[in-house]
Design a protein around this ligand. Structure first.
Ligand SMILES: [Zn+2]
Ligand SMILES: [Zn+2]
Length: 178
């Protein structure tokens, strides 16, 4: 099964915001989140844990009674994650409470998941370094719902980028193990 390559809108390539880069793998271009911030401006990207060869995004999370760190794949549209702990209760795909690992500020926002059948109204809000571009990620573990809002580009560009989604198995087949 081959990864279905999704086109990156040319308008985005022409005006790539700080914090997003293009990475070429296997002759194809992918968007990679290079830097996202908490509301206080701390960068969440960490070089110490790499996924698919790139620095990952580190979040502190609480899953029901357990808490620890998760490292999220920076490839846009991938949903690979590594846990520093083993959540003991994943029944019903719980919603995580994410916060900045540096200052502890909550990253949660009240916002409906973009996927109607998910039903979550808790999202994780990540800001690009310019402070205006925003990434919204559904807080429900296992839900692929995500959205990007690029303040300086037309809405159709944000919508096209938001629709880029790779499902774990296919992506991992292409790149091998994380
Ligand atoms: Zn912070
Ligand atoms: Zn969701």
């Amino acid at each position: 099964m081959k990864l279905m390559h999704r086109e990156i809108p040319v308008e985005l390539l022409r005006k790539l915001p700080a914090g997003i880069k293009i990475v070429n793998r296997g002759g194809e271009e992918f968007l990679v989140i290079e830097d996202v911030r908490c509301p206080q401006g701390h960068s969440l990207a960490v070089d110490s844990v790499r996924i698919h060869g790139e620095p990952s995004i580190k979040l502190h999370v609480k899953v029901k009674e357990d808490e620890g760190s998760i490292f999220v794949d920076a490839f846009w549209g991938s949903h690979a994650k590594l846990f520093s702990f083993l959540p003991s209760d994943l029944e019903g795909e719980p919603i995580v409470e994410a916060s900045c690992p540096t200052c502890g500020t909550s990253l949660m926002e009240k916002r409906d998941c973009v996927l109607e059948d998910c039903g979550s109204n808790e999202n994780i809000l990540l800001k690009l370094p310019n402070g205006r571009d925003e990434i919204h990620v559904c807080g429900r573990l296992g839900c692929p719902g995500h959205q990007i809002k690029l303040a300086e580009l037309p809405a159709h560009v944000s919508n096209a980028v938001s629709e880029i989604n790779f499902f774990g198995a296919r992506f991992d087949e292409m790149f091998g193990d994380i």
